[in-house]
Design a protein around this ligand. Sequence first.
Ligand code: PLP
Length: 371
Amino acid sequence: MKTSVRVPFNDLSRGLARDRGALLDATSAVIDSGYVVHGTQHAAFESELADYLGAGYVLGVASGTDALEIAFKAVMPEGRSSVLTAGNAGSYSSIAAARANFNVVYADVDPVTLCLTVDTVQRRIDESVGVVVMTHLYGFLGDAAALRALCDELGIALVEDCAQAIGATRDGRHAGTFGHAGTLSFYPTKNLGAVGDGGAVITGTAEIATRVRELRQYGWQAKYCATVPGGANSRLDELQAAFLRVRLHTVDGLNERRREIVARYRQAAESVPPSVLTVLPAEGEHHVAHLAVARSPRRLDVRAQLGALGIQTDIHFPLPDWNQPAFAEFAPDVDLIATRTACDEVFSLPLFPELTDDEVAVVCDAIRALR
Ligand SMILES: *Cc1c(COP(=O)(O)O)cnc(C)c1O
């Protein structure tokens, strides 16, 4: 017999229902304007998001993966050809690097934060590396300033993948403003989600902004003049821009609700030994709790126990990138043990801001009952 779902892993219909009126008004505004791409909504969203982030420039593109690919092309220094990244972050930077015809070099992650650090990057950097990607995994913004300083010292570029970390700040600075470029995804499950696909590139440098503007529009420097190689068609459309304008001002409040839910899961997990489960922290301004991530050396069994109680879980992410057939050619010749262990142990509990307190309580009770 199939157990019925008591707590869904995610349910986009709740946020859509809450925002329904404003989203329909935004739809009417776009239809009535007569502009469907790169119109007034798009321009307003780019500038409102830049204001929110305290960034010089925000450029809308079609997805978070496009944002990475375009950012890599825009910042890769002359004569370099590799992108260094972590292998536990869902393959997005590997996909983008491969599409841009760059090589991929993997560095290990910190065993606690599960993100790259100055130390883990230094151990793997070689003279081919021109771009380091710092993925703010699960919403955690680490010491990006220190990594930027290392990159500057080596003459290479830092790209922050902020797809999971919009709104995270450290010393008052937003994720995405530490690197030469930052990237965002507005995939519907992200902390700022569109009603479809979308993405953006963040930068503080005018030359990089210009390059991104060219690359997202066929490599044109002027209309029908394809000057820049590697150009694409990658647009954030007017409807998505209008929807995102509706939701942008709700991000901080929804991030707070996400942190609150993770705090309750962590409290429940205090009564369970780490040999069963631990819940990673998501506290403070530098964490926006994109996912509620637990670790368990007995993941299969623990997920089965939760599943039997009607609690949906998922794994972010089950395989190191280099164990995916598509990226096997980039496999490192050393054991990146923290990455490998994390991929074996992590799983994600239900987390979206519209979870009710009752549903959160059901998950907490189930955590306390784990054996
Ligand atoms: C979702 C995500 C992406 C890709 O975004 P899309 O809009 O789906 O292309 C990139 N990086 C990370 C860390 C993500 O979570």
